[in-house]
Design a protein around this ligand. Structure first.
Ligand code: 7RM
Length: 635
């Protein structure tokens, strides 16, 4: 029996048991049956969390693009691999078949080679959500170059920091990008960044917006003419399973981002296996993940996981609000999307708008809904379930991290009974542990602690680029022999996990440890409240006191603020107790967020503490403009 595609709950428990009892045998069978290897491994797993060192499929040889492209060509060459939906609904969608993808990746790979890019070189990709973005990842992978995608909403400073950290040789960018009604001058941002990036030798520019840009002689070249002259055949570079596939930067507790390094074999196996199971992908399904490829979700679940399974994966260039708030649902109807994967922040934003934007579209093609990136609150979960899924599409609340490479805890749709706000059960191969205040593992159910993982899985990041010490300190030093996630979680009476939020977000008020997440959950239950974020600030008597930033729904905007403050503290008192009442409440039009929808509490904390001189680089935010408003209106 193949363990690869789990079809019912009994099978899940059976497969899970096998994966824990003999992880090496379990992953070996999956790797063997479902992927193309040029040479098999000598050893399935070698690991030591103390060093830390983790190696999967050592000795094996492969190329991930052979698995994502070439092997599908004989039987499925005409199938759509990438379904590109442009920003402007009037521009036609593009159906890129596996055959066409193969040719375009090979041409791109040959262009990279002609620029002197070799195995192990780092290539920075700074592109909007256009087909060339996915193609450039695969082109790098084909020749063994390590891609480092930088989200094309980041500033020149953030871009330069990332290019320099890993000494990239080449940048792929475009003239500009379309985002709703706006267009952004990407090339100008690259030019500014490159003033301080000595390692960059060439810049390849995709023409997208046709805006006027400067091309630096000897460094910059338009990509399209080079592609047209390049061969459509490019033999793969044979990679070791543990050769790096990509670097992806994630923000840390310090200003310096962490370049998480993912390697080839294990990442491929795990991203493909989890894609198949978490989305229960079937041959004719059209799958859509709305994330940007500049985020790990896009790497694993727009590009590698779906393509390794021969799936049709939608790439959307635009935003959910353009030309109106019905855009997501219009696309679902138009392409008959079967699986739809998005972030809670997007759901909350859309839930604020008129329901007509949803109901006017036929969403009957949907079979599975997914969320990722942050805890989903109960209200948003129900809105998604009722109005998008029509109460018939299971919601997979998927918990994972840039560091984990793939989904770790999630329901299997139609198999695991869902429970709002719960990520439910660990996927096969994942051995979570909850750790108590004294560093002890909390066994049994109905416990709450810090979320760790006791055993390696194939797609765990192997190091931080250029800083293995930081890797050890951040993830392997808090608890012996465990990977520490930085998140808190509880396990309920049936063993379901609920992620409660980052454990760094704890505030001690008069000696009481208060997590920000439960307080925010309570506040968000107020009918006038859209979102909230709590931080601590110094207080003479309590040590720390609570400062809340609260955004209101449209219906709440004309409410009397003093009354609202009283009602909100009343709800907090009911849910948690008077100790958790807020000393200060600032109503604000928005909260500063990362591109994946995570609230940047670091900034809010500084504002609450009046430390507004040194906010660090805020340009990586989705909405840096709200910071100034928050500063000006601080209490
Ligand atoms: C995939 C991704 C990782 C952090 C993680 C959590 C939070 C992600 C969920 C979640 C509750 C979820 N990578 N997080 N998914 N919290 N429920 N389903 O998001 O590196 O950008 O972020 O995101 O805190 O540690 S990430």
């Amino acid at each position: 029996m193949s363990n690869y595609h789990i079809k019912n709950l009994e099978e899940y428990f059976d497969v899970y048991r096998k994966s824990v009892n003999d992880p090496e045998l379990f992953w070996e069978e999956i790797a063997e049956e479902h992927f193309v290897w040029r040479k098999k491994w000598d050893k399935v797993l070698n690991w030591d969390f103390k060093k830390p060192e983790i190696k999967w499929f050592e000795g094996a040889k492969l190329n991930i693009t052979e698995n994502c492209i070439d092997r599908h060509l004989t039987a499925n060459g005409d199938k759509t691999a990438i379904l590109f939906e442009p920003n402007d609904p009037k521009e036609p969608a593009q159906h890129i078949s596996y055959n066409e993808l193969s040719e375009r990746v090979n041409q791109f790979a040959n262009v990279l080679k002609s620029k002197g890019v070799k195995k192990g070189d780092r290539v920075c990709i700074y592109l909007p959500m256009i087909p060339e973005l996915a193609i450039s990842l695969l082109a790098c992978a084909r020749i063994g170059a390590i891609h480092s995608v930088v989200f094309a909403g980041f500033s020149s400073t953030a871009l330069a920091t990332r290019i320099n950290d890993s000494d990239c040789k080449l940048v792929v960018t475009s003239d500009g990008s379309f985002r709703g009604a706006k267009s952004i001058d990407l090339k100008g941002i690259v030019d500014e960044a490159l003033i301080s990036c000595p390692s960059i030798q060439s810049v390849l520019v995709v023409k997208r917006t046709k805006s006027n840009i400067e091309m630096k002689e000897g460094r910059d070249e338009w990509l399209q003419p080079l592609l047209e002259n390049a061969s459509k055949i490019c033999p793969v570079e044979i990679m070791d399973a543990e050769d790096p596939l990509f670097i992806l930067y994630t923000s840390g507790s310090t200003g310096q981002p962490k370049g998480m390094v993912h390697t080839t074999g294990g990442y491929m196996v795990y991203s493909a296996f989890t894609f198949k199971n978490v989305f229960q992908y079937r041959n004719d399904d059209v799958y859509w993940c709305t994330a940007d490829i500049g985020w790990i979700t896009g790497h694993s679940y727009i590009v590698y996981g779906p393509l390794a399974n021969g799936a049709t994966t939608v790439m959307f260039e635009g935003v959910p609000s353009y030309p109106d708030y019905g855009r997501f649902w219009e696309i679902v109807e138009k392409h008959k999307v079967s699986q739809f994967y998005t972030a809670p922040t997007a759901i909350r934003a859309l839930a604020k708008e008129n329901l007509d934007y949803v109901t006017k579209y036929d969403l009957s093609s949907l079979k599975v809904l997914g969320t990722v990136g942050e805890p989903i609150n109960e209200e948003a979960w129900h809105w998604y379930n009722d109005n998008v899924g029509g109460k018939k599409s299971p919601i997979v609340d998927t918990w994972w991290q840039t560091e984990t490479g793939g989904i770790m805890i999630s329901p299997l749709p139609g198999i695991t009974a869902t429970k709002p706000t719960y990520a439910t059960l660990p996927l096969p191969g994942i051995q979570p542990a909850l750790i108590g205040d004294n560093g002890e593992e909390l066994k049994g159910n109905q416990v709450e602690g810090k979320l760790c993982v006791k055993f390696p899985w194939p797609s765990i990041a192997r190091t931080i680029w250029g800083n293995h010490d930081r890797y050890r300190e951040t993830y392997f030093s808090a608890y012996a022999d465990m990977y520490f996630t930085g998140d808190g979680a509880l396990r309920d009476e049936v063993g379901y996990y609920r992620i409660t939020g980052r454990v760094d977000d704890v505030i001690i008020v008069s000696g009481h440890n208060l997590g920000t997440a439960p307080i925010e959950d309570a506040i968000n239950e107020h009918p006038a409240v859209s979102e909230s974020a709590i931080v601590g600030f110094p207080h003479d008597i309590k040590g720390s006191a609570l400062y809340g930033y609260i955004t209101l729904k449209e219906t709440g905007e004309d409410r009397d603020q003093d009354n609202l403050r009283k009602e909100i503290n009343q709800i907090i008192t009911e849910h948690i107790g008077p100790i958790a009442k807020l000393d200060k409440m600032q109503f604000t039009a928005g909260l500063p967020k990362t591109r994946s929808g995570k609230i940047m509490r670091r900034i809010l904390r500084k504002v609450a503490c009046n430390e507004i001189e040194n906010l660090g680089d805020i340009s990586t935010l989705l909405n840096p403009e709200v910071v100034e408003v928050i500063i000006n209106e601080r209490l």
